[in-house]
Design a protein around this ligand. Structure first.
Ligand code: NAD
Length: 337
């Protein structure tokens, strides 16, 4: 809290549609009188000791405020570009990525009963970035799994499951094939489970999870799924597809001291600058942030206005088959606050 009694939160507006959806969040927070002051930070990368790095001022801001809201950051494809998203996750040791996915009442999709929570290990696995060329035409990519990182994300998974009233953790893996790496993740899960006797624990093969998820997502409603990095990335996008797309899915990157909240989607260059983007995912990410900060009453109030606007269906953005602009959708939410 600052001297004016407000909370200061770092805000990375991001690339592409980032500034437009950020504007929407700012307007809605102002209308809802949320006691937050935004500290805009620029994360345009710098080169430090030959490596891509986040500017010091940005790091200081997040360290000081403990909490940041983040728009999408574009990563150029190809050699020499380290993803800034990865850099942020590493800089702040954001070890767990929480991705809830809930059907929006009134917004029709082939499934109307999705309520899943997925926790993705966020620092290693297939995204360790350790790749090399053995000989011309042969490359290796190393999947790194460590006991400490697995333990940390699994412990968080059990605690989170208890805190949201879903006392059931399922570890998702392919230990049948990747006996050592996924095997370590699974055996660590079994060990950690012993520390949480009030939480049910079991495990499932990734392919089986995918099959069952698209057959009947409601099956996964009572539990929290915890899995290694790549699986979590893919399965969470699949879950997003079940409820109406990337415009609706939030996430939280949880670290030891700092946490960064962001939409699951990217910078959507195809619709950037056209007032077409759906700000809901960033808004719902900011709702997770409010809950994390203990500002539940504001989260409830804004969430209700969002859900009413979506259910009414009069001011939906293009990704939800509507014709409203980002601004019109935002206006509709504000009118309900
Ligand atoms: P993307 O998520 O940006 O877009 C995929 C599709 O979904 C596009 O058709 C886009 O128009 C649509 N879409 C996404 N968000 C939307 C929204 N809020 N409203 C309406 N439609 C939306 O994925 P991409 O095109 O593969 O990636 C673009 C860039 O974003 C890349 O540089 C990538 O590296 C980056 N990216 C960043 C993050 C992040 O910052 N966390 C995550 C994923 C991708």
């Amino acid at each position: 809290k600052n001297s004016r009694g407000n909370y200061t939160v770092s805000f990375i507006e991001g690339d592409g549609i980032g500034p437009e959806i950020s504007q929407s969040v700012k307007r809605i927070y102002e209308a809802a009188k949320v006691p937050i002051e935004w500290e805009s930070i620029d994360v345009t990368p710098i080169i430090k000791n030959g490596k891509t790095a986040i500017p010091d001022a940005a790091i200081e801001s997040i360290k000081k405020n403990f909490v940041a809201l983040k728009g999408p950051l574009a990563t150029p494809v190809g050699k020499g570009h380290v993803s800034l998203n990865l850099t942020l996750r590493r800089t702040f040791n954001l070890f767990a990525n929480v991705r809830p996915c809930r059907s929006v009442p009134g917004f029709k999709t082939p499934y109307d009963n999705v309520d899943t929570v997925l926790i993705r290990e966020n620092t290693e696995g297939e995204y360790s970035g350790i790749e090399h060329e053995v000989v011309d035409g042969v490359v290796q990519s190393i999947k790194l799994i460590t006991k400490p990182a697995s333990e940390r994300v699994l412990k968080f998974g059990f605690q989170y499951a208890e805190s949201i009233g879903k006392p059931w953790v399922r570890a998702v893996h392919k230990a049948t094939i990747m006996k050592m790496s996924d095997g370590l993740f699974l055996s660590t899960a079994e060990d950690v489970a012993k520390e949480f006797p009030a939480v049910k624990f079991d495990s499932e093969l990734l392919d089986n999870t995918c099959l069952k998820m698209v057959t009947d997502p409601s099956y996964y409603q009572p539990m929290v799924l915890v899995m290694p990095n790549l699986y979590g990335d893919i399965v969470s996008d699949m879950c997003a597809g079940l409820i109406g797309g990337l415009g609706l899915t939030p996430s939280a990157n949880i670290g030891d001291t700092c946490s960064i909240f962001e939409a699951v989607h990217g910078s959507a260059p195809d619709i950037a600058g056209k007032d077409k983007a759906n700000p809901t995912a960033l808004l719902l990410s900011s709702m997770m942030m409010l809950q994390h900060m203990g500002l539940n009453e504001f989260a409830v109030k804004i969430n209700k206005a969002i859900m009413e606007t979506l259910a009414e269906g009069k001011a939906l953005t293009g990704d939800l088959k509507g014709t409203a602009s980002t601004t019109q959708y935002t206006d509709a939410i504000i009118s309900k606050l």
